[in-house]
Design a protein around this ligand. Sequence first.
Ligand code: PMP
Length: 402
Amino acid sequence: MESRAINFGAGPSALPTSVLQEATKGLLNFNGTGMGIAEISHRSKEFTAYLQSVEQNIRKLLDIQPTHSILFTQGGGSTQFSAVVLNMLARHRLLHPQLTDEDRVLDYVVTGSWSKKAAEEARRMGGSTVNIAADSRKYSKDQKSFDNIPTADAYSFSNDPALIYYCANETVDGVEFSAEENSPASFPFQLLPRNALLPLVGDYSSSFMSRPIPHLSDHAIIYAGAQKNVGPAGLTILIVRNDCIVDVDAAARLGAIPVPICLSYKTLADHNSLYNTPPVLSIYITGLVLEYMLQLGGLDYYAGLTNRKSKKVYDVLKYGENKGIFKGKVKEGSGSQMNIVFDVIGEGLLAKFIAGAEERGMKGLKGHRSVGGVRVSIYNAVTEEETDLLISYMEQFAGQHK
Ligand code: PMP
């Protein structure tokens, strides 16, 4: 095999080499069927059994109870920006048919460009009032950057919202809610209105399976596109509390926005995620990644790995900051463990940093076009050894240029 690059890309991103090698076998002959995984019927007994095992492994890894269903769909995280709104508005309509659109409130916590987009989509869908429960830009250095996770006093939640939305890890801006219960940067679960089952929706697209999900059982919906930590693009994984799988047509008869059939969680649930053809190949590779993760020790192992890798990168960033060569873009304590963003200070030095990394086989380090600088994405398949190579390079670069 030709040598592979070290892939620090933000997504689609690195997958474990051994999994990809295994996947090439499945492309030719899936589980002894004599047919490749991209060629076999999604209704074959071999594939349906495989799909069940993928579900079981997600349950095992995240310790998901029967209160929640696991659904597989397509369309990526962006499609869920609309789908969560439609399904949760339908649920709220069934619970409170008499409310006006004005009184049907959706609470959005905006901490970065993805949650901002999600809130904009909610507004575009109509049928409700979007309340920004917190906007982290207010607390930023320049009043316009998504550079922090606000402390608890920044939030104001509505009394009985149809949904409460947050994005666990902002992939572009590099801020993430902390997994530590007592951190000032953790999600303020203690402030949520507890007068009904929580309509809490979490976008976990870019931190899914990097560590356990705090308060998982309190969530109405958790969703994630597969293409960061667990597989190729094309598959979206949904964890939906069973009371959020509602008869959307009955809700529409009461005035709710009609839900396109493939966006309805009830359609997905009633057909075991096989109402239409699912992304078979993406599910297959995701299944192999999950098996691999379980073999290595599950989320205990990955949480430890994630902590070690990210701490080392933040440490070398600090070293470069002290030398005046690097400057982290986010507030201390708010930084993501998956996507670490920083500037390289000095004329032409950012380009030099990226070029030097490329020469060393390290790719995908350029920051998102909206924020610039460097973005280091250290998803699960980026090994500790690969992270160490980047760290030595950062250290060397900081030493050479100051
Ligand atoms: N949410 C987050 C946190 C993301 O990182 C992304 C994609 N990078 C999305 C949503 C949108 O996902 P998709 O491209 O799968 O629609």
